[in-house]
Design a protein around this ligand. Structure first.
Ligand SMILES: *Cc1c(COP(=O)(O)O)cnc(C)c1O
Length: 358
């Protein structure tokens, strides 16, 4: 008898719903934390030249030595620490969990937080422990320390700032988690460009700390490049589950080039941060709308009838993220990425029109 998917595919995979990316053609796209700005024309020309001369017939440099050297400087990675690159930081999360997926192992994260921690744990057949944040989305250090004692997680993931809530956890609480964890604690700094706080220099204080970054939220989402920094004792093993050539030739060349223009990315991040303040103030002024403070390039806000507001915005050509129903503490919550001043204007205008029509 030929086998059916029910016989072959693991139960927990059949139970998943595929990660849904909505169609966004022609919309004001404020749903995915992308940087709205392109690179200046002269840098685009430099990139075009690089692509023209790239040896696409060859495999990429498997160790990406030149790119790593650039990243060490750009990201302030302390001397003596190792760097591992991923096809986006999602791939690094996958490598970490895959390497630690012993029978019975658990991965610990927070609720609500970045959904890929839980999803990738499921892909790897690893139990996921989601410790609730407080209703104001703070890290409850006592509760986390108790959960760590109970579950002895192989890995702990902390998004800093957190997605989808946007806040930075208290650094002392994060330090308590690092002290309490039996294994590596991965501080995921995907939004570092907009936060100004980091655990990167603390790598030398904590042998079980790993810091993850990505270029996705600072302007290079299309390139797919993430990095993990930390001690060789951990990274040497994680590196063994990395597929060879996971960072392609074009990503290596272009990322290196753009990192030489880091001032441009910093200017764009500063423009986004300034717009975040304006957007927050405007949202606060709208009746029935409560924005949560953000250290990232997006703002979480609560509003009555969130589904209706989301659909009203969509009908007006503005795509944001509906989080209502994704977690009990995100009831009536929507998340908007900070765009250009024009895009944010379109969003606010559409939001006002939607709210007055509900
Ligand atoms: C967006 C995001 C990532 C994934 O980034 P990629 O490098 O694009 O894979 C990782 N962590 C958090 C918290 C994110 O929000």
């Amino acid at each position: 008898m030929p086998k059916t998917p029910e016989d072959i595919i693991r139960d927990e995979i059949r139970a998943l719903t595929a990660y849904h990316v909505p169609e966004a053609a022609g919309m004001v796209k404020l749903d995915a934390m992308e940087n709205p700005y392109r690179l200046p024309a002269d840098v685009q020309v430099e990139i075009a030249r690089l692509v023209e001369s790239a040896a696409l017939n060859r495999y990429p440099d498997p160790g990406a030595a030149r790119l790593k050297a650039c990243l060490r400087v750009a990201m302030g990675i302390p001397p003596g620490m190792d760097v591992l690159l991923g096809n986006g930081s999602d791939e690094l999360i996958q490598m970490l969990i895959m390497a630690a997926a012993r029978p019975g192992a658990a991965v610990l994260g927070f609720e609500p937080s970045f959904v890929m921690f839980r999803m990738i744990a499921t892909f790897c057949g690893v139990r996921y422990v989601g410790v609730p944040l407080t209703p104001e989305f703070a890290l409850d250090a006592d509760r986390v320390v108790a959960a760590i004692a109970e579950h002895q997680p192989a890995l702990v993931f902390i998004a800093y700032p957190n997605n989808p809530t946007g806040n930075l956890f208290d650094a002392t609480a994060v330090a308590r988690v690092i002290d309490a964890a039996p294994g590596p604690v991965v501080v995921d700094e995907a939004y570092h460009a907009f936060a100004g706080r980091t655990f990167m220099p603390r790598l030398t204080d904590y042998p079980n700390l790993l810091v993850m970054r990505t270029l996705s939220k600072s302007g290079l989402a299309g390139l797919r490049l993430g990095l993990l920094a930390g001690g060789n004792a951990w990274l040497a093993h994680v590196d063994k589950v990395r597929l060879p050539y996971n960072v392609n030739v074009l990503t290596q060349l272009v990322a290196e080039k753009v990192l030489r223009h880091q001032d441009l990315l910093a200017q764009q991040a500063a423009a986004i941060t300034a717009e975040r303040t304006r957007l927050f103030d405007e949202l606060k002024r709208l009746p029935g709308v409560r924005p949560f403070p953000s250290d990232a390039n997006f703002i979480l806000f609560r509003t009555g009838m969130a589904d209706g507001v989301f659909n009203g915005l969509k009908q007006r050509g503005v795509l944001i993220k509906n989080l209502n129903g994704s977690h009990p503490s995100l009831v009536d919550c929507l998340r908007v990425t900070v765009g250009t001043p024009e895009e944010n204007g379109r969003f606010l205008e559409s939001l006002r029109a939607t709210l007055s029509n509900l």
